[in-house]
Design a protein around this ligand. Sequence first.
Ligand SMILES: NC(=O)c1ccc[n+]([C@@H]2O[C@H](COP(=O)([O-])OP(=O)(O)OC[C@H]3O[C@@H](n4cnc5c(N)ncnc54)[C@H](OP(=O)(O)O)[C@@H]3O)[C@@H](O)[C@H]2O)c1
Length: 285
Amino acid sequence: MGKHIVITGVSTGIGRDALGLLHQKGYHIYGSVRKKADAKLLTKAYPQRFTPLIFDVQDQAAATQAAKLVFEECDRIDALINNAGIAVPGPLQFVNEEDFEKQMDINLKSVRRITNTFLPLLGTATDFKGKPGRIINISSISGLLSVPFNGVYSISKHALESMTDVYRRELRRYGIKVIAIEPGPIKTKIWGKNLNSMEQFVDTDYYDILQNANKIIENTEKNAFPVSRTSDVILKCVTKKHPKTRYIVHKNAFIFKIFANYLPDKLLDWFINRALSKGKRHRPV
Ligand SMILES: NC(=O)c1ccc[n+]([C@@H]2O[C@H](COP(=O)([O-])OP(=O)(O)OC[C@H]3O[C@@H](n4cnc5c(N)ncnc54)[C@H](OP(=O)(O)O)[C@@H]3O)[C@@H](O)[C@H]2O)c1
């Protein structure tokens, strides 16, 4: 019986690197992509033990259809890694309804849809045999600390933190472990996708802060960890006998925890405002 893992969003970034490491460790990876061209490229790079699943996480029918193949080929999977995600920037006051909904749908609602699709293979099927699988949600430190002007993303990741806890407590009876990984800045394409994105809000009262946005994004990229750091943690979540319930991947994880959990709100507000006004600091994502 082989070792199988499903990962969403393997075309670039964190998902792409995790695919490489887990494949190297002998797993068969079912990786989701949206474009046929990405499926072709990855199949060429990994002619064995890689199967592309082509679907958009917003499309339940397409996900169910793609999952059929996994159900045909596997009795169980070792892990589901919910990685696909986007970051919608902008002040909460001005982000339009459509973008707000898209952010929530991709980063949060789709995680429930995809998880429920694969749950039978993780351990909930009545005839399930073997070791239950694990669910690994790629959250963010923005799910622990609310970040202004990146607030819609932050809200989606806070809700994902809660969803992770709920699933973990509910799925305990099946032996399915549910883990959140909370990366700080990681060098991926997500940054480039956000450059100049604040320009649509220049005519608002927030312009003085938002004009630093590109500088902040560039600083963030400079200070970001390489993707291998998240892959190492993902591997630990898949293989460790007793994994923790959450892992922060950040240069100053301990200090970040103190900031997020113990600093009085007003002091935290002051720190965040100072960092944003100067544009020198990197922002958490
Ligand atoms: N980079 C960071 O600093 C950082 C920090 C904390 C958390 N994270 C989280 O890490 C995860 C991966 O992000 P990344 O940094 O690796 O960014 P990325 O390079 O932009 O990768 C995002 C992946 O998600 C896929 N995706 C986006 N929307 C999708 C949809 N509707 N359906 C299916 N797939 C979709 C993308 O596919 P396409 O190529 O088809 O668009 C891509 O494969 C996200 O959940 C993000 O929030 C990232």
